[in-house]
Design a binder for this molecule. Structure first.
Ligand code: B12
Length: 213
């Protein structure tokens, strides 16, 4: 198993999309725990690619190839991941997106997939979502939960802007707000008036269950 996870990590590090997808297919065929393959295999690869980029060992195109390989593997694993949660009554609707100015969407995709796997209906707005779009989608979709992802210290400010805009529109109390992304913290969440924070996709599901119960 350790060897297989290392292969997943290396396929992402090498930016080898085909190999990554092949390994994802093998994981499904062999009945390996899909979340482990993502968290302990592919995600380790993308984070290490980021470290190499920071140290100047990788250039941006190499990091982008790694990200594409990771995303392709996740797309392959997604149906199996959702199925692993089983079917049941919907626990509520979630609107999720990455805030304006930020194109990082791998973590958001993982959070959305885990919430879907655990009985939530997902409206995924994608990445680089305009602040006012979050507000209009809350008005239109009337979700139980709004999830905002931000991976940049600059774009995390958008999480605050959007919460303030919800208040100004008089709809802040109609929806719970969960935030996340590498620079976010519990303290940041409470400072900006969010209802919760989680630092990974499994914790995001627990937090969603908790704040909606
Ligand atoms: C992959 C990557 C990219 C890819 C993104 C591809 C894609 N489609 O997503 C590419 C190459 C395009 C990229 C571009 C850039 N990147 Co980049 N990138 C990364 C990297 C290496 C990994 C991110 C990732 O996918 N992690 C794997 C996933 C699974 O983890 P995650 O995102 O953290 O998500 C988990 C949790 O945070 C949480 N979570 C996430 N969202 C949410 C939401 C909610 C509601 C909840 C509850 C939880 C939650 O759960 C997730 C699952 O467990 C990070 C470094 C790092 N270690 O994080 C840098 C990083 C985020 N990037 C960085 C930078 C600077 C950039 C660029 C500005 C570089 C440039 N000069 O152009 C651009 C930004 C462009 C833009 N406008 O957005 C910096 C940010 C620094 C900062 N503090 O602001 C980082 C930290 C690298 C670094 N150490 O310097 N990047």
């Amino acid at each position: 198993m350790r060897e297989f996870l290392a292969e997943c990590k290396n396929a992402v590090l090498d930016g080898d999309r085909e190999r990554a997808v092949g390994l994802a297919v093998r994981a499904i065929d062999d009945g390996i725990e899909v979340l482990d393959v993502i968290e302990q295999g592919f995600a380790v690869g993308i984070r290490e690619a980021g470290d190499r980029w920071e140290k100047g060992e990788y250039f941006l195109p190499e990091l982008a190839f790694s990200a594409e390989s990771m995303k392709a593997a996740m797309e392959t694993l997604r149906p199996a991941l959702i199925e692993s949660g089983g079917k049941g009554r919907s626990k509520g609707t979630v609107v999720i997106g990455t805030v304006q100015g930020d194109i990082h969407d791998i973590g958001k995709m993982l959070v959305a997939t885990m919430l879907a796997a655990n009985g939530y209906e997902i409206v995924d707005l994608g990445a680089d979502v305009a602040h006012d779009r979050f507000v209009s989608e809350v008005k239109n979709q009337q979700p139980d939960l709004l999830c905002m992802s931000a991976l940049l210290t600059t774009t995390m400010m958008g999480q605050k802007t959007i919460i303030d805009m919800l208040s100004e529109a008089g709809i802040r109390n109609s929806v719970k707000v969960l935030i996340g992304g590498a620079p976010a913290t519990e303290t940041w969440a409470s400072d900006i008036g969010a209802d919760g924070y989680a630092d990974n996709a499994v914790a995001a599901v627990h937090k969603a269950d908790e704040i909606l119960s």
